[in-house]
Design a protein around this ligand. Structure first.
Ligand SMILES: [Fe+2]
Length: 540
């Protein structure tokens, strides 16, 4: 089927109709999930477009260190669990990489944020904590890394939907320039962030820069990064990189990384994330195994997470509110079965959600459950088997994933069956990293993977058995685009999630090759609390 026509004008039309029409079904020409399920659409691949899928060189000014001494750099904002608190993070001092590294003393530089609603005088000051991390490879010839000093400071007592100015640093050494951020609107039924950008699998290529440029043009209030961040693990410790690590470096004694890529990524992202809060969940590229079997160290050290604030004891899963949306950030690379700490935390967190206060329930994790591409097909099936009933029973509205380097939106689905009360699953693993784009589909002749090859080695387990109902009964793959897949296209881009009220949210997907503001896929996701009970558990 052909690509959808330009929809920018339809978006504006829809918004005006949305404000005026009392009972929108088809809103201003934009489809809503109420008209679904929709016949599956596959937009053909534009073979001429792959963009510039190479990483920015370390000579690019956007990744270079522009501060000196212990001046703050890589400054970012992330949310705490509610509107009245945020985290400010930054790095001071230089990283070291080589044979003889000497870790910096994290206590040698203070962690202070001065802030207030005016840039001409600070009314508040907060202090936090600092740390460093090491990435160690005890093998002949491999270089070790030690980070600059990473600072995390939590600001509390903030007002909702308010612009705050801030400076961070150590007042006795050096403070940053003045930055600003806006807090989330108050947590409530009629209060929503205007635009939440959703992106996955970013990396740091020229395609990434295009994605971030497009994202900036959409003026998000919040960025969700659904895993796979810097792709430092596509490099050897000597800085030699490849599009496919295992293809190019099959003999290394351990899967190496080049940790300076994280610093480059933090510098590149600062113009966006020093003013727009970013919330990150781990992907497989953050595993980064090192000495003593440590994993995810850069991920867990560099970002601030509202884990403690949301009752989680882990950086791998947590939750937060943004206006009337409750976000569940779930971990695919840590135990998720019913006896796990994560599952018990999730049950507790869900039981506390009041849908009269936060009607929208959005879940994110890295590997999708409902992708139809060959790449990573049914890879996270054990996680789906373990957690889908719980998420469905609490009426999760939307699921965002990454991992598969393409775009796909599902019809409402539960347990591989079309269900008007199931979530819409959206895969946006098309941020632009240097690995290949996902192009082939498991339902095309010859492209159905052997089931035994589908589990992720790190996650382990095998749960992807042949389908037991529907048109693919007895088979591992469908012979056509599955009915649960509404729209799929292999292009780089990002999505914007705009909740309008307690029942309607506009979802638009923006391709990098299109003009700013143009949407490649657009739909109103409509909740039906009357038909799909939102209080207590559903019977399943
Ligand atoms: Fe991934």
């Amino acid at each position: 089927m052909a690509a959808m026509p330009p929809v920018l004008f339809r978006v504006s039309l829809a918004l005006s109709c949305f404000l005026l029409c009392s009972e929108p079904a088809l809103v201003g020409g934009i489809p809503t999930t109420l008209e679904g399920p929709f016949p599956p659409v596959t937009v053909p691949l534009d073979k001429s477009f792959r963009g510039n899928a190479v990483d920015l060189p370390d000579t690019d000014r956007r990744v270079q260190r522009t501060v000196s001494g212990f001046e703050p750099e890589q400054i970012s904002v992330s949310l705490s669990s509610n509107y009245n608190s945020v985290w400010i993070s930054w790095i001071t001092g230089e990283f070291q990489i080589g044979d003889n590294i000497a870790p910096l003393d994290p206590n040698s530089v203070g962690s202070v944020v001065s802030y207030g609603v005016s840039s001409s005088g600070w009314s508040h000051q907060a202090t936090g904590y600092s740390l460093i991390y090491n990435q160690l490879y005890p093998f002949e010839g491999l270089k070790n890394y030690t980070s600059g000093i990473i600072h995390h400071v939590r600001l509390k007592g903030l007002k909702p939907n308010t612009l705050y100015y801030y400076q961070c640093g150590d007042p006795s050494i050096a403070m940053s320039d003045i930055y600003y951020f806006r807090t989330m609107p108050v947590t409530g039924l009629r209060s929503y962030p205007s635009r939440v950008a959703v992106v996955g699998d970013l990396g740091l290529t020229y395609n990434t820069t295009s994605t971030v440029d497009h994202m900036l043009s959409n003026h998000p209030d919040l960025v969700l990064l659904v895993g796979d961040v810097s792709y430092a693990d596509l490099y050897l410790t000597n800085g030699t990189g490849a599009d496919c690590y295992s293809c190019s470096f099959p003999q290394t004694p351990i899967h190496e990384t080049y940790q300076p890529q994280w610093d480059y990524w933090g510098r590149f992202m600062q113009p966006l994330v020093s003013k727009v809060p970013i919330m990150v969940i781990e992907g497989n590229h953050e595993i980064e195994k090192q000495a003593e079997n440590q994993t995810f160290v850069a991920y867990s050290s560099r970002f601030a997470f509202p884990s403690k604030e949301s009752g989680s004891s882990s950086t791998f899963y947590y939750s937060f509110n943004a206006g009337g949306i409750h976000f569940l950030m779930l971990g695919a690379y840590i135990s998720y079965d019913k006896s796990s700490d994560q599952y018990r935390w999730l049950e507790k967190d869900l039981s506390k959600v009041d849908r009269e206060v936060t009607p929208w329930l959005v879940a994110t994790w890295h590997p999708p459950w409902y992708s139809t591409y060959t790449a990573h097909y049914r890879e996270a099936e054990c996680m789906r088997v373990a957690m889908e009933d719980l998420l469905y029973s609490y009426g999760v509205d939307v699921v965002f994933n990454g991992h598969v380097h393409a775009y796909e939106r599902s019809n409402r689905v539960y347990n591989y069956t079309l269900d008007p009360c199931g979530p819409v699953h959206i895969t946006v693993g098309d941020g632009g990293n240097r690995e290949k784009m996902a192009i082939t589909h498991a339902d095309e002749p010859g492209n159905c993977p052997d089931p035994s090859t589908t589990p992720d080695k790190y996650m382990g387990g095998f749960c992807a058995f042949n389908f037991t109902s529907g048109p693919a009964t007895g088979k591992f793959c469908w012979d056509r685009q599955p009915e649960y897949s509404a729209y799929r296209e292999s292009s780089f881009g990002h999505g914007i999630f705009e909740v309008k009220n307690e029942t309607h949210a506009l979802w638009t997907w923006h391709r990098n090759q299109d003009l700013y503001k143009y949407a490649g896929d657009v739909i109103y996701i409509v909740r039906q609390p009357d038909k799909c009970p939102i209080k207590g558990k559903r019977n399943i």
